[in-house]
Design a protein around this ligand. Structure first.
Ligand code: MTE
Ligand code: MOS
Length: 761
């Protein structure tokens, strides 16, 4: 069950957008705002237009439709018009014979501004009432009464940082003029329909005249759900105006300066527990830094509200999200979609409570884990919780008591090097945050030679969805994988697709594929049953051969398909799937927003150098619930990748803007992602056995994002190691814990000494 795509990747034969190189293709570059906030006083293209090889410079006034791409809030112009609200906001598109010329011409654009005051931090924006929408609060139980019943109450502040998606393939698109006003756009997007809709709106064309096709992506990670629109709309506009194909590829630095990141959050929490460690109450206010435009911030913050309790049962909750409008690049969906941010706060609260109670965090974590039939703060019931099972399996399988003993021993022998560990349990709901997105289509064609084409709305971005979709077809028809081709999502084959996101793609699209396959299989079975004069349930197709009453016949897959064609039996099917049982009230945030939940537990070990502030993430050992995994190799890759990405977010990846809102970390020298040298040397993943998931396709679960949360373990393991060096009370939690921050932290601590590590469990 290897991922077939790997063979193409290794040979360099996989086709990405930049591999489309036709004669006559024009190249574009985006001219964007150099200032964070201001009015455009003067804009002149005359000199730039004179550069030889420039075909056009397009701006807001060239837009035939509405200069608007906003999905949730109508605050997202394609090109800034009159006013700019962040450094990197597109103002114009230069189209030239090649990208060098386009870049050169861009430098000759004459622009003048009247600068306005800018705001960069969410709390500052909140003070000035600069909000994307009014704050939203959800409640469960009775928080006011709950505090009196608590023996321990602690509160604190938590900061988490932004994160670059760092897809290997930057944002890009090619627009092709077609007959009349028809357009074809090849876009690196996770959401073909979003792109199609935006083009239609900006170009004032009906959606049926716009065909969006998506080849495989070199990664998306959430950064190409909403933020792939602009570039596709720009090339569509240029192709329409110039009647020539136009390609736009953002350079790495441009991509980093023009596209949104994971949202930074600044959060206040208060947690109350019994002296036995049962969490009774949790109150939290999230200040989300949305950047200058709403984008998907409202939905991300809604998901934060759903995910705030992590894997724990908390009877009394009050939580507020404040979506703050700042003069930064609009932040957007990023792997985890608001849940890792929420879970970090939860773990920080537990860490602080554990300090107050002089126990290990794991003592509190374990006894609050969700159990079967627990009702979450938004009213949904967890039917089957694997939380405790994963926890116990991780503790046993990876011998936690031995780990703790070795760490304690190491710490007693070493003064300037300390080790630490943390446990990170996860519970992660799967579905789309907007009910209507929980639907899908599949289109299936069987050709007369028995080969099969399957199209869904799922975008292959390295996560292996194509392989899994093929597996589903292969499993239902019982035919070889090499007979099955997964076609690119294309709005002319599949309309109204939901984005490839939320770790839901295989499940969502796979269910539609299943429906289509079953419908065709029924017709084939009926045909064979009639021929052999038996009941349909006596007919079976197994490994491409036909069996009647369990006996092999001379007929194979190819022959029955040919026969079906000759008999004029339909060999095509389109199916629509609607996820059952998902509903919630958008006002009260009560209901059942998720199809099912993914569980797991990680044990993270780290070593710090207390003099230099440097550290090594030694190991991450995980027990992962993937239901009945459809493809363990792919899922393993997903879990490992997510862990490393999560560790990056929480340790070394730091987005820095200067005091005038310019991104300082716009390349790989200043922005530090984990590399082969700094990623944990030892990552062990064990898939929890004997778990089923009736809601998932073939009992599987989506594990694309959830394991990113294990990255949080690195932070708390680092804190654990710091405590072994100098015991103290942690007052503030601020991720990422860069080596720079860690060394400043260490030197700020006053009381020297070595603490006895407290043995949990
Ligand atoms: N894996 C790779 N290689 N590339 C990606 O862009 N995106 C992640 C995850 N894993 C991503 C990835 C994100 S953010 C999501 S939501 C899921 O894949 C989406 O794919 P799925 O629904 O098929 O799990
Ligand atoms: Mo993933 S953030 O839902 O693309």
């Amino acid at each position: 069950m290897k991922n077939i795509d790997t063979i193409l990747h290794v040979k360099g034969e996989s086709k990405y957008i930049d591999d489309f190189q036709e004669e006559g293709l024009l190249h574009a570059a985006v001219f964007c705002s150099p200032i964070a906030h201001g009015k455009i006083d003067y804009l002149n293209f005359a000199q730039a237009k004179n550069v030889e090889g420039v075909f056009a410079i397009l701006c807001a006034s060239d837009i035939p439709g509405e200069n608007q791409m906003g999905e949730i809030v109508k605050d997202e112009p394609l090109f800034a018009d009159q006013q700019v609200s962040y450094v990197g906001q597109p103002i114009a598109l230069v189209v030239a014979k090649d990208s060098k010329t386009a870049q050169l011409a861009m430098q000759k654009i004459d622009i003048q501004f009247q600068e306005l005051p800018a705001v960069f931090t969410p709390r500052e924006a909140h003070q000035q009432n600069l909000l994307i929408m009014p704050p939203r609060t959800i409640q469960s139980g009775n928080i006011n009464n709950a505090w009196e019943k608590c023996d321990i109450v602690v509160s604190g502040q938590v900061e988490t940082g932004a994160q670059e998606h760092l897809y290997l393939e930057t944002q890009r698109a090619i627009g092709y003029p077609q007959e009349g006003k028809n357009l074809k756009v090849i876009s690196a997007t996770q959401s073909p329909m979003t792109v199609q809709k935006a083009i239609a709106n900006v170009l004032n064309l009906p959606m049926n005249q716009i065909e969006v096709d998506v080849p495989r992506l070199g990664g998306g990670f959430g950064g190409k759900i909403n933020q792939s629109k602009a570039w596709a709309v720009m090339v569509a506009l240029a192709a329409l105006k110039l009647k020539k194909p136009v390609k736009l590829i953002l350079q790495r630095g441009e991509d980093m300066c023009m596209t949104g990141k994971r949202h930074p959050y600044s959060t206040d929490f208060k947690i109350g527990l019994t002296k036995e460690g049962k969490i009774l109450a949790y109150e939290v206010i999230y200040y989300q830094n949305a950047g200058a435009i709403a984008d998907s911030s409202p939905v991300v913050s809604a998901v934060t509200l759903f995910g705030l309790a992590g894997s724990y049962l908390i009877p009394n909750v009050k939580a507020t999200t404040i979506i703050c409008k700042t003069n930064l690049i609009p932040n957007t969906a990023c792997r985890g979609f608001g849940k890792p941010e929420a879970m970090f706060v939860m773990e920080a609260a537990i860490f602080k409570a554990a300090q107050e109670m002089s126990v290990s965090p794991s003592f509190i974590q374990k006894q609050n884990l969700l159990q079967d039939n627990d009702i979450l703060h938004y009213g949904a019931k967890i039917q089957t919780s694997q939380a405790l099972k994963c926890w116990k399996e991780a503790v046993q399988r990876f011998c936690l008591p031995d780990i703790v003993r070795e760490i304690t021993h190491f710490n007693s022998e070493n003064f300037l090097q300390k080790k630490g560990y943390a446990l990170t349990p996860i519970c992660y709901g799967i579905s789309f945050d907007k009910a209507f997105l929980n639907q899908s289509y599949a289109l299936l064609h069987i050709f007369m030679d028995g080969s099969v084409n399957v199209t869904t709305g799922a975008v292959e971005m390295g996560q292996g969805v194509n392989m899994k979709i093929r597996q589903i077809v292969s499993r239902i028809f019982s035919i070889n994988l090499d007979k099955i081709n997964a076609k690119t999502p294309n709005t002319s084959r599949i309309a109204n697709t939901s984005p490839t996101a939320a770790s839901f793609s295989t499940d969502l699209n796979g269910h539609a594929v299943q429906k289509a396959c079953v419908a065709i299989l029924k017709r084939l079975t009926k045909m064979i049953a009639e021929e052999f004069d038996v009941d349909e349930f006596h007919v079976e197709i197994k490994n491409e051969r036909v069996y009647i009453e369990g006996k092999e016949t001379s007929k194979d897959w190819t022959s029955i398909i040919h026969q079906a064609y000759m008999k004029r039996i339909c060999l095509a099917e389109q199916a629509h799937y609607k996820v059952p049982n998902i509903h919630w009230d958008n006002d009260t945030y009560k209901g059942n927003p998720f199809s099912y939940y993914v569980f797991g537990t990680a044990i993270t070990e780290v070593t710090i150098d207390c003099l230099r502030g440097t550290y090594v993430i030694d190991s991450v050992k995980v027990v992962q619930d993937a239901g009945e995994s459809l493809n363990k190799i792919i899922d393993l890759g997903q879990v490992e990748g997510a862990i490393v990405q999560g560790i990056g977010w929480i340790t070394t990846e730091e987005i820095i803007y200067n005091e005038i809102g310019e991104l300082q970390t716009d390349n790989f020298t200043t922005y530090k992602v984990p590399t082969i040298l700094t990623a944990p040397k030892d990552i062990q993943v064990h898939f929890l056995e004997n778990v089923n998931n009736p809601a998932g396709i073939f009992q599987s679960k989506g594990v694309g994002e959830a394991p990113l949360v294990y990255g949080l373990g690195a932070y708390f393991a680092l804190l654990n190691a710091i405590m072994a060096f100098r015991p103290h009370t942690v007052e503030q939690f601020s991720a990422p814990m860069t080596p720079e921050k860690l060394s400043a932290f260490l030197s700020s601590l006053q009381n020297y000494g070595i603490c006895e590590s407290d043995l949990p469990l």
